[in-house]
Design a protein around this ligand. Structure first.
Ligand code: URA
Length: 205
């Protein structure tokens, strides 16, 4: 059944986390989802980027940020000058939460209970990777890691006070760029994301 604690191994490595994650029943999202989606990247990555949850494509493929939001993120990272190999990407919630409408699966934001249930995985990833730079993408990741006091619009692109890494910042979620209405708005939102990521590139030297 549901609601045991997340089965995070006592001495985690990325490989051990990856092996244990499929057995997680810490919330009910595991059941309708195709699979849990672990983070991706090297244990030695200097930066960790945290999104919200897998999307439709990620749920099917089992890898984070492989859908449209991921493509946009990859492009923005490249444009900002962040070395993709230096980056570990993961999500605040490891299962896709969706609503079925006919044959379509519509993304639903994870609830506070899903974020809370999934947090041990994120903490274990942080403990293994120990990134120099931590970047929360969007409100879900920001609140999961930094609490309710953080506001993406007010705090984006600045270094925030947090014990989680030497440098911690927030920016928008790449999906919000895709959702921006109108071409001008989309371009502006994209440019602002690249700007924030350029700050990360600077920090990585
Ligand atoms: N959106 C996310 O937050 N994470 C993914 O992995 C894909 C889309």
């Amino acid at each position: 059944g549901d609601r045991g604690p997340a089965p995070v191994p006592a001495r985690p490595s990325l490989a051990a986390l990856r092996r244990a994650l499929p057995d997680c029943r810490a919330c009910e999202l595991w059941e309708p989802a195709t699979q849990a989606v672990p983070g991706a990247g090297r244990a030695r990555a200097r930066a960790m980027l945290v999104g919200e949850q897998p999307g439709d494509r990620e749920d099917r493929e089992g890898r984070p940020f492989v859908g449209p939001a991921g493509a946009l993120l990859d492009r923005a990272l490249a444009e900002a000058g962040v070395d993709r190999d230096a980056v570990y990407v993961t999500n605040a919630v490891k299962h896709f939460r969706f609503e079925e409408r006919g044959t379509r699966r519509i993304h639903q934001r994870p609830g506070a209970e899903h974020v809370r249930a999934c947090r041990p995985w994120l903490e274990a990833e942080l403990a293994v990777v120990r990134p120099e730079v931590l970047v929360c993408l969007g409100a879900t990741a920001s609140q999961a890691l930094l609490g309710r006091g953080v506001r993406v619009t007010a705090d984006r692109g600045r270094w925030l006070d947090s014990p989680l890494a030497d440098r911690v910042t927030v920016t928008v979620h790449p999906s919000s760029v895709l959702r921006a209405r109108g071409e001008d708005e989309r371009h502006a939102a994209y440019a602002a994301l690249v700007d924030d990521l350029a700050t990360v590139a600077d920090a990585l030297g």
